[in-house]
Design a protein around this ligand. Structure first.
Ligand SMILES: Cc1cc2nc3c(=O)[nH]c(=O)nc-3n(C[C@H](O)[C@H](O)[C@H](O)COP(=O)(O)OP(=O)(O)OC[C@H]3O[C@@H](n4cnc5c(N)ncnc54)[C@H](O)[C@@H]3O)c2cc1C
Ligand SMILES: NC(=O)c1ccc[n+]([C@@H]2O[C@H](COP(=O)([O-])OP(=O)(O)OC[C@H]3O[C@@H](n4cnc5c(N)ncnc54)[C@H](O)[C@@H]3O)[C@@H](O)[C@H]2O)c1
Length: 472
């Protein structure tokens, strides 16, 4: 549709310098940054002010996971010399702590929108023409917004799949699981990836019987085998039942009452029954039904918005950022997408190519990784020297009674550059940062080997790890 036709069809169109569809990590930061520079900006958000991270994903899940960790400490308190009489889990109070945090975070977001002068418009947005969106609010009102530029940051949602009976079982996703006000009797989780694993440990620590079902031969199957095995051991020791190589055939019952999972494992038909069912089987981009085709915006085979390394879509002056653009599914990456888009809107040429993608899975202990894994190095034919030490070798872990796990580093055989680092142990996520800095500055591993770190801190482990790199 031509610009003239659009204006004829929608005479009340409101004009903006920039319209952002979806207020995820990238979208909100782009809007606040450019809003403060004087651009006239509208952000369209249908439900979650600030996006998934503060409302239904990273932060509330880590809040609940921390309550579960406290429960675990209380359970083991005698081993720390603290005796207890009676204790119990009050899931309503657990949920209340999480809800208070979310409310505080949402209020902070509202303040930041006000300070930046950005119009936050609550409603469901969809394209009706190039760079033109209709926004339907919950009270039925419709507004038409046209942007000189558009950023799409609509995120993803949990994939439920087409397994017979699964939809009808009303399974929980992470959204509903974070709102539980009781401890499920038997919590079954489909999917042994990040979401499934983090929830499995937390719910077990609250006292549920937990069964984690994964279709691949191991948990987080893309990681190195020693990591998957150690994780399996940690979860099993805590009493999580893990079923791998399972093909779910059908589901019966309703989550919250009674569910029955019929599955095949090694050509055998098996059944598992429980009280609650959660699906954590991957993500689907929020890109269908939003009129992308009316705006010249193409999607990939998997429904992600097609972008180049500047995050430009197939339509001029339209960018996509975060998960909907197929960027790695982490908040810090969506935040990095914000830098790429803002830089490009302001005339720069920042790209996504070659950026670091660190991650931390918030099990206890944590799993953190940056750069190449051994699997990836082998697949790519990259030669490496391997250093690996148990977490028990770090004296700090002894003071905490948290000696489980190990860390390893891959160092280039020709130079002293660090190719990859992986830690599965207490505070692993915090150990990632110094290694990343060294990698990013292209410094030799010997910097970490020889650095004087305070004693007794976890960082001392980096002296030991890099002290064990085989000589060239
Ligand atoms: C349980 C869980 C835990 C996680 N934990 C972590 C973690 O610890 N660390 C980490 O880095 N990552 C974590 N992630 C991933 C992380 O949440 C996402 O990568 C992150 O939120 C980035 O999302 P985004 O910017 O792409 O968009 P989102 O934050 O998903 O925002 C998209 C927004 O667009 C809105 N929207 C969608 N369609 C429309 C429409 N048509 N009209 C109006 N609004 C619309 C949505 O309501 C939403 O608010 C977790 C994910 C899950 C599910
Ligand atoms: N700490 C963090 O940073 C964090 C935490 C949670 C989520 N996330 C992000 O969110 C993304 C999505 O997480 P996720 O766990 O939903 O997806 P995922 O892709 O990480 O894991 C999904 C798992 O479900 C399995 N699966 C799929 N269908 C199945 C079926 N029918 N039966 C059994 N198993 C099945 C897959 O094989 C896979 O192992 C993650 O990849 C990650 O990027 C990050």
């Amino acid at each position: 549709m031509s610009e003239e036709n659009t204006l004829n069809q929608y005479p009340d169109t409101e004009e903006y310098d920039l319209v952002v569809l979806g207020s995820g990590a990238a979208g909100k930061l782009i809007s606040w940054t450019l809003g403060k520079k004087g651009m006239k900006i509208a952000v369209v958000e249908r439900q979650y002010v600030g996006g998934a991270c503060p409302n239904i994903a990273c932060l509330p899940s880590k809040n609940i996971i921390h309550s579960a960790k406290v429960a675990n400490y209380v359970r083991q308190s005698e081993s720390f010399g603290i005796t207890k009489e009676k204790w119990q889990i009050d899931m309503s109070a657990v949920r209340e702590r999480k809800r208070r945090m979310v409310t505080d975070l949402v209020n902070i977001h509202h303040d930041l929108y006000k300070q930046s002068g950005v119009d936050l418009i609550m409603g469901e947005g969809q394209f009706v023409a190039p760079k033109t969106l209709s926004v339907k609010s919950s009270n039925g009102g419709v507004r038409i917004l046209k942007g000189k530029r558009i950023v799409i940051n609509t995120g993803t949602h949990a994939a439920i799949g087409t397994t017979p009976g699964l939809q009808d079982a009303n399974p929980l996703t992470h959204v509903e699981a974070l709102e539980l006000n009781l401890v499920p009797e038997h919590f079954i989780i489909l999917g042994g990836g990040f979401v499934g694993i983090e929830f499995a440990q937390a719910m077990r620590r609250f006292g549920s019987k937990v069964t984690l079902i994964e279709r691949n031969g191991s948990l987080i199957h893309r990681e190195d085998d020693d990591i998957s095995e150690e994780l399996y051991n940690v979860l099993s020791e805590e009493g999580v039942d893990i079923i791998t190589s399972a093909h779910i055939v059908s589901v019966e019952g309703k989550s919250g009452q009674f569910v029955k999972i019929n599955y095949m494992q090694k050509d055998m038909t098996k059944v598992i029954e429980g009280s609650h069912l959660m699906v954590a089987a991957g993500r689907i981009p929020n890109t269908s039904g939003i009129g992308l085709e009316l705006a010249g915006i193409e999607v990939t085979r998997h429904g992600y918005i097609k972008v180049n390394d500047r995050l430009e879509t197939t339509a001029t002056d339209v960018w996509a950022a975060g998960e909907c653009a197929g960027s790695p599914h982490f908040t810090h990456i969506s935040e990095n997408d914000f830098h790429v888009v803002v830089d490009n809107i302001l005339g720069g040429n920042k790209v996504t190519t070659g950026r670091q993608v660190p991650f931390c899975m918030f099990t206890d202990p944590e799993l953190a990784r940056i750069g190449l894994s051994e699997k990836e190095a082998q697949e790519q034919g990259v030669a490496y020297r391997l250093a690996k030490i148990p977490f028990g070798a770090i004296l700090r872990t002894r003071t905490l009674s948290e000696t489980k796990g190990f860390m390893k580093a891959l160092v280039d055989t020709e130079s002293d550059r660090i190719l990859g680092f992986c830690a599965f142990g207490v505070e692993a996520g915090e150990l990632l940062a110094p290694v990343q800095v060294v990698m990013s500055a292209q410094l030799p591993y010997t910097i970490l080997r020889d650095m004087i770190f305070s004693h007794p801190t976890m960082a001392e482990g980096l002296n030991s790890l890099f002290g064990s790199v085989p000589a060239r």
